[in-house]
Design a protein around this ligand. Sequence first.
Ligand code: SAH
Length: 219
Amino acid sequence: MTDPYRIERERMVKTQLKKRGIRNSRVLEAFKRVPRHHFIPKKLADQAYADGPLAIGESQTISQPYMVAIMTQSAEIVPGNRVLEIGSGSGYQCAILAELGAEVYTIERIPALCEQARKTLRRLNYQDIHSRAGNGTLGWEEEAPFDAILITAGAPEIPKPLLDQLAIGGRLVVPLEEDYSQVLYIVRRSKEGFHRERGERCTFVPLIGKHGWKKDPRA
Ligand code: SAH
């Protein structure tokens, strides 16, 4: 199949990801393969490989490619990992995780977006992705533990159920509210407990639910 956006996608990988320090070659290859233009509204297709988030409806966004890359690289995915993503949105992050050989579980709060993401992923033939609509701050207990958990929405604090569902040796990546903005944190679980590492500043739409914001702080 010819892909009109292949060149733009390669340029995105080079200028937005490599240049800013994404070094993991498997992650870079995954970004070269996933057609981001299929994950956004048709009328925005020409902006698909631009350096920023884009509106996907329901007041939500597909994240900036660089943010998806830094989260993915930080999660240190290896083939066969069981990975939980909170906030499916467009499904793009799921596709990147699937390209890395992960078995992906993803939860989306807004049913219409969950359905849309499911359709896109099915159309592009992604397998090993299990999705459901619901409150992701509770995690997916029946399928725990997970080798990696990616929370792709900004949280006031790390939802306790998600820490409980992280495997020993697992990595959890989450944007946390700090001084009225957000900072990405990488949490590692060892036998001794949890270790937090502070990453870079970021901007995500809010994580809403029992262990997140009680209501949309933007409203
Ligand atoms: N990862 C997505 C972008 C996520 S935007 C992508 O690749 O496109 C954040 C998403 O988190 C939004 O779709 C929002 O509806 C969802 N969200 C917010 N709170 C949630 C919760 N408690 N559980 C599940 N999803 C949630």
